[in-house]
Design a binder for this molecule. Structure first.
Ligand code: HEC
Length: 139
């Protein structure tokens, strides 16, 4: 008697499990559009390491957080973003952001620009920096 009852329940359990999987998968893609960073969804691929930068930097024009928006930073002079109050150290650094200067700065921001407000220890992995710079280029 008992065995039959258990077997009868099996198909039900299986059916509801596969239902849940299908629905959930489709919805999780839509859910992501609510994150602040979604504006770059059609732009260059965002490296996973950008999650660290994103706590201080936005990738929408004119939207500043703790740090300035990074839109248009590649090719610009240090202190490029309008409406953001940079440290004097950054304004005086004389950098123009290209592969070489970004690579140097991102390795150890606080050593390369002493007095910078960017209190981030640095992205130590050269491959991750390269990936990050490629991403910044497209913003
Ligand atoms: C703790 C917050 C914080 C984190 C984390 C952070 N930044 Fe910054 N960043 C800042 C601040 C603040 C400034 C402005 C610095 C100044 O004025 O001295 C800045 C400036 C910059 C600049 C120069 C911008 C300009 O307009 O000249 C670049 C490029 C930059 N950050 C890239 C990055 C990248 C890439 C990451 C992640 C690897 C990152 N930052 C992580 C806060 C942060």
């Amino acid at each position: 008697m008992r065995k039959t009852a258990l077997l009868a329940l099996m198909p039900l359990a299986l059916a509801s499990a596969s239902c849940g999987r299908g629905g959930g998968g489709e919805e999780s893609g839509l859910g992501e559009t609510t994150t602040a960073a979604s504006s770059a969804a059609n732009g260059p691929t965002r490296p996973a390491t950008f999650a660290m930068c994103a706590s201080c930097h936005q990738v929408e024009p004119g939207k500043h957080g703790v740090g300035p928006s990074l839109v248009g930073v590649f090719g610009a002079k240090a202190g490029h973003a309008h409406g953001y109050s940079y440290s004097q150290a950054m304004l005086n650094s004389g950098f123009t952001w290209d592969e070489a200067t970004l690579d140097k700065y991102l390795t150890a921001p606080m050593q390369v620009v002493p007095g910078t407000k960017m209190t981030y220890p640095g992205l130590k992995d050269p491959a991750q920096r390269k990936e990050m710079i490629e991403y910044l280029k497209g913003l």
